[in-house]
Design a protein around this ligand. Structure first.
Ligand code: HEM
Ligand code: SF4
Ligand code: SF4
Length: 511
């Protein structure tokens, strides 16, 4: 895909998300929580599934009646649970599709992230296998249509000696034993899905698995309302002597069945497997070119492990000391996991710009745009805007910093805002540097490097090392998260921030 097309897609998505920020707030914006919501819906499906299974009869003759009994139970309580099971499963298809589209559009699937993307592909198959096998168990006309279609599709492969679809030829040919096998598929499918979901986030450091509480409760309430207003029902009972005619398909899981009716099994296998191979190969189409990975300067590393704790991609390990210095451990970077975000530079206590030594070497640094270059640039910018000016420090994935610079405002863009050591803020403001520092970068819960904006907030608040010294005047420090398309909002905030500084006692306008 051409970069410009991706940029247009990204801008479109960011505009839509920005519109959602107004009613939901950025931390609760559901469009940025599709992965966590998928997890949450899985738990709803699992809990309601256990309940429904207790009331379910696993024999061919009584399965349908047991589901009907649930649907028409007193107070509809069991029917509501059945409906919750169905609606949360449907919602999982939607959230998963939006989640994977978003990771693709925002270019968060290539290079180091290939593993998470790649393991997402079996998740798609397993989710569909789990959902579709659930429909078989109702054993109504829809189940009959879907079960026969699925078995014919599998039979095309010719891997089973006898066609599996032959179990559905006459009412007598479908045995309780075979039906129990279908029930097992619906239990083991979701269990395996959970296992692959766990593998999916295995290489993500400190993954966020739960949505914000309000969003979780809100969507649960939405399912309950849907379940009461529009309870899930069954079709007429299955009858293998009759061909189903009118069916209400669940389009979330069954959109391919009408295609199967028209195309047949072979082309549908080619479509499914072909698409999966293309999607799985996407992280390398084309491979991402990124700056060089982080490098440890052992002579400066004291083994404090802050970089290890902060790296969002688990690229750093703490190993026994190899250079004889009197520390127990040293940081080691695994280049194949490093995204070159620079967050570790902001974590390292040695990254202090107050030092005067020529070399200005820190414990861990970025070879392409390192700590020394960052300091040099900040000094030049401070000289340019003067002691009444404002230094805006942003990131390469947020608002284009060049676009907001002007009289009295200078901008410094970093690979990620998490690369900024807090002592830099102190440095920029002290010794007649600038009047204020405004921190910006990707929207809340949407840091391109996952954790950069969270770490800098915690460092400023003094709850994460290395923290910003108490002597820094917080009235001269602003934090404003804005996505790339929220340039106007950022400009307005810069103006407001400058007015705030001017009004302070001791400032030109405030005195
Ligand atoms: C049930 C389905 C899925 C669930 C529950 C799920 C959940 C998650 C979660 C919790 C994360 C970590 C978020 C974070 O803390 O940064 C994540 C990341 C990711 N997911 Fe999924 N996911 C699902 C399906 C998929 C699929 C089908 C794909 C693509 C084929 C996919 C692609 C990705 C990618 C590329 C990331 C990495 C993002 C990053 O490194 O910033 N996911 N997913
Ligand atoms: S640059 Fe980013 S990904 Fe690489 S080691 Fe540092 S924190 Fe980890
Ligand atoms: S943060 Fe710096 S000093 Fe601490 S372990 Fe990492 S490189 Fe070494």
């Amino acid at each position: 895909m051409q970069l410009s097309v991706r940029h247009k897609l990204q801008n479109g998505l960011l505009h839509i998300e920005s519109a959602f920020d107004r009613p939901f707030g950025s931390a609760w914006n559901p469009l940025r929580q599709m992965g966590t919501l998928s997890f949450f819906y899985f738990w709803i499906v699992a809990a309601t599934g256990i309940y429904v299974y207790i009331l379910f009869d696993t024999t061919v003759g009584s399965a349908y009646q047991s589901v009907e009994a649930m649907t028409h139970s007193p107070w509809h309580l069991n029917g509501i649970i059945r409906s919750l099971h169905r609606y949360a499963s449907d919602a999982m298809v939607v959230t998963m599709a939006l989640h994977l589209s978003r990771e693709f559009i925002m270019d968060r699937y290539r290079d180091v992230r290939w593993f998470t993307w790649f393991t997402g592909v079996p998740i798609i198959w397993l989710l569909f296998i789990s959902g579709i096998s659930g429909y078989w168990l109702v054993w109504d006309m829809l189940a009959q249509y879907v079960a026969i279609g699925s078995m014919e599709w599998i039979d095309w492969l010719g891997i089973f000696g006898e066609p599996v679809a032959s179990n559905f030829v006459t009412p007598e040919s479908l045995t309780d034993r075979f039906f129990t096998l279908l029930v097992f598929m619906h239990i083991f499918g979701p269990l395996f899905l959970l296992f692959v979901m766990w593998i999916h986030v295995m290489r993500v450091s400190q993954p966020k698995l739960n949505p914000p509480r309000g969003l979780a409760l809100g969507s649960l309430a939405m399912f309950v309302v849907l379940a009461i207003a529009w309870p899930a029902t069954s079709h007429a009972p299955a009858d293998l002597a009759v061909m189903p005619t009118e069916l209400n398909l669940d389009w979330f899981y069954m959109m391919l069945y009408p295609v199967f009716d028209v195309w047949g099994a072979g082309p549908l296998w080619i479509l499914g497997v072909g698409l999966s191979i293309i999607v799985a190969a996407m992280p390398w189409l084309p491979p991402l070119k990124r700056p060089k990975p982080a490098e440890v300067h052992l002579e400066k590393c004291n083994g404090c492990s802050r970089c290890y704790a902060d790296c969002p991609f688990g690229a750093i390990s703490m190993e026994p000391r190899s250079d004889g210095l009197p520390f127990e451990r040293e940081a080691v970077v695994d280049a194949s996991h490093c995204t070159s975000c620079g967050i570790c530079v902001g974590s390292c206590p040695v990254s202090t710009p107050f030092r005067n030594d020529e070399e200005l070497v820190t414990g861990i640094d970025m070879p392409d745009f390192g700590f020394k270059a960052m300091r040099g640039k900040a000094i030049k910018l401070a000289e340019k805007v003067g002691p009444d000016g404002v230094l805006v420090v942003g990131c390469d994935h947020g608002v284009d910093i060049k676009s907001i610079t002007g009289t009295g405002v200078a901008g410094l863009s970093l690979p990620c805002i998490g690369m900024l050591p807090p002592s830099f803020i102190d440095f920029a403001m002290s010794r007649g540097g600038v009047a204020g520092v405004l921190i910006t970068g990707c929207q809340e819960c949407d840091c391109f490097a996952r954790l950069g904006n969270r770490w800098i907030e915690e460092r400023i608040a003094g709850v994460r090392d290395p923290y910003l010294r108490a002597r820094v005047d917080r009235r001269r420090l602003g934090v404003f998260w804005a996505s790339r398309v929220e340039q106007r909002a950022l400009k307005a905030e810069i103006e407001r921030f400058r007015d705030q500084i001017k009004a302070l006692p001791g400032s030109e306008a405030g005195t």
